[in-house]
Design a protein around this ligand. Structure first.
Ligand code: HEC
Ligand code: HEC
Ligand code: HEC
Length: 418
């Protein structure tokens, strides 16, 4: 009996020592720099290259959406400190902040070489060799061509510098362990020139766009929420993340299955249907998409690019995976009809384009508080219900109930009186 106790005690002591050693090891190495060559590259400064970089930055990837404290629009510099609270994602990864990527030399990337910026974008390694947490979509940007990566650099060098120190990340011990054990590690080094397929309406170019030069795959592919790995055999079958949940937003949605499966994907959709969904936010059944799908920005996608993406998505084998439709948060469900509910519904359905309290955004310069006094309630119900597709304002009659619409109007009316 005594002997058994002694052995158990010894085993326990050993386990504690091993655990302490392991924790010490993790704390020591999780943030160690990796040894990665920087390729000497030079970004051009001509206006066509800067414009290409701006298109990738603002439209196809929307880097600014993550690289601002709040997504306040594509015309404000990406000064960082966007919060990614992953404390309840999977086992809990901690809290992370996006970097200041404006060309400030003290707090941004002003002092980095062109090659160092390209390495961060495509290989997820900072200037000092530390690994970026894969919220930054390096898995997909890894395939970006030299020319496009350098165009992003050219654009980043052309914008105003903003001095803004971003708070340090607060990874959980679990996240540190994944980094220490190289479960999270940067993708392979890029040693040879990367050339994109010719920019024509082919499915090869569509694949390049959908997976590397635009954010489609990053949002529309499921990931293992224990270690962040994407399930590449389920590419484009929908997200694992419920967009809006971690941020406590009123409308929550999964990115949907956009494989050509007839029952669960977009197999029944024609090209017109696809273009309308991606650029104007309507599904073929007339319901409006949750603006977590960035259709307000995709209205600026080059039509030839969209055609190529469509050809590529159609060429994929269908995979059956049912993704649920968007749902309102419990805060919306719990709120009684009236102005408060109208505020939540406005934030869910209208704010992405009209800005906070309708004070305009980079999608529309209309200031709703000035425009709506000219409308009667009936006019407003009709206008918002039907929308105006040529102005890229979706109609909501199939998405919002009459009482939802009334609540939104009641909320808008409260601004007019101020
Ligand atoms: C889904 C959100 C997201 C998107 C989209 C995104 N980033 Fe990031 N990016 C981050 C986060 C978060 C970090 C910081 C990660 C960390 O600290 O470990 C980061 C880090 C970086 C860094 C490293 C800077 C530094 O000081 O360490 C660069 C450069 C960068 N991003 C450029 C870009 C560019 C260019 C694009 C568009 C092609 C882009 N990012 C798109 C979230 C994003
Ligand atoms: C930031 C994340 C994000 C990015 C980037 C993104 N999507 Fe989406 N997408 C979503 C979400 C979320 C939905 C679901 C919206 C809803 O159900 O109302 C969606 C819905 C869609 C739909 C509608 C599918 C259906 O069955 O209703 C299509 C089509 C689509 N996306 C295509 C694309 C394409 C093409 C791209 C790249 C050009 C892209 N998406 C990029 C998040 C994203
Ligand atoms: C995809 C972006 C988008 C969304 C989402 C959206 N709108 Fe709009 N809305 C627009 C655009 C663009 C216009 C046209 C502005 C102009 O005239 O240039 C507009 C116009 C309007 C107008 C008319 C303004 C005027 O000057 O006559 C009203 C009212 C309005 N929207 C209300 C709403 C409400 C309420 C919601 C939410 C239920 C909503 N919108 C959602 C983009 C959007």
């Amino acid at each position: 009996m005594k002997r058994a106790l002694k052995i158990a005690g010894a085993v326990l002591a050993l386990a504690v020592v091993l655990l302490l050693l392991f924790s010490g090891y993790v704390l020591l190495v999780w943030d160690r720099p990796v040894d990665r060559p920087v390729i000497a590259m030079t970004a051009r400064r001509d206006s066509a290259t800067v414009a290409r970089g701006e298109y990738l930055f603002k439209t196809t990837w929307q880097c600014w959406g993550c690289h601002q404290a709040e997504s306040r629009g594509s015309n404000l510099p990406p000064s960082g400190a966007g919060v990614f609270d992953l404390r309840t994602t999977g086992p809990g990864f901690g809290v992370f902040y996006s970097a200041n990527i404006s060309p400030d030399s003290a707090t941004g990337i002003g002092g980095w070489s062109d090659g160092e910026i390209v390495r961060a974008i495509r290989e997820g390694v900072r200037r000092d060799g530390r690994v970026l947490f894969p919220i930054m979509p390096v898995d997909w940007l890894h395939g970006l061509s030299d020319e496009d990566a350098l165009a992003l650099v050219s654009y980043l060098r052309s914008i105003p510098a903003v001095r803004n120190s971003v708070p340090a990340n607060e990874p959980s011990f679990f996240a540190e362990t994944l980094l220490a054990l190289n479960v999270i590690s940067p993708p392979p080094p890029i040693e040879n020139p990367v050339v994109a397929p010719p920019a024509t309406s082919t499915l090869e170019y569509g694949r390049y766009l959908a997976t590397s030069a635009a954010g489609c795959a990053d949002c529309h592919t499921p990931r293992n929420l224990q270690n962040g790995e994407f399930y590449l055999d389920s590419l484009f079958t929908g997200s694992s993340i419920l967009f809006g949940e971690a941020e406590g937003e009123p409308l929550l949605s999964y990115a949907r299955n956009i494989r050509p499966d007839s029952a669960t994907g977009i197999g029944h959709w024609g090209e017109e249907d696809f273009i309308r969904a991606v650029t104007a936010g309507y599904r073929p059944d007339g319901t409006a998409l949750d603006p977590h799908m960035p259709y307000p920005q995709y209205k600026n996608i080059n039509p030839a690019d969209l055609h190529a993406i469509y050809l590529y998505l159609r060429s994929l084998p269908p995979i059956s995976r049912t993704m649920p439709r968007p749902k309102y948060s419990s805060a919306v469900a719990a709120s009684a009809a009236g102005v408060d509910r109208g505020r939540l519904l406005f934030d869910a359905r209208c704010r992405a384009c009209h800005g906070d309290r309708g004070t305009a955004s980079d999608v529309t310069s209309v200031r709703l508080a000035e425009a709506t006094p000219l409308y009667t309630d009936d006019d407003l119900r009709n206008f918002v219900g039907e929308g105006q597709i040529e102005l890229k304002m979706p109609g909501f009659s199939r998405t919002l109930s009459p009482s939802d619409l009334n609540d939104i109007i009641a909320y808008i009316r409260t601004w007019e009186r101020q």
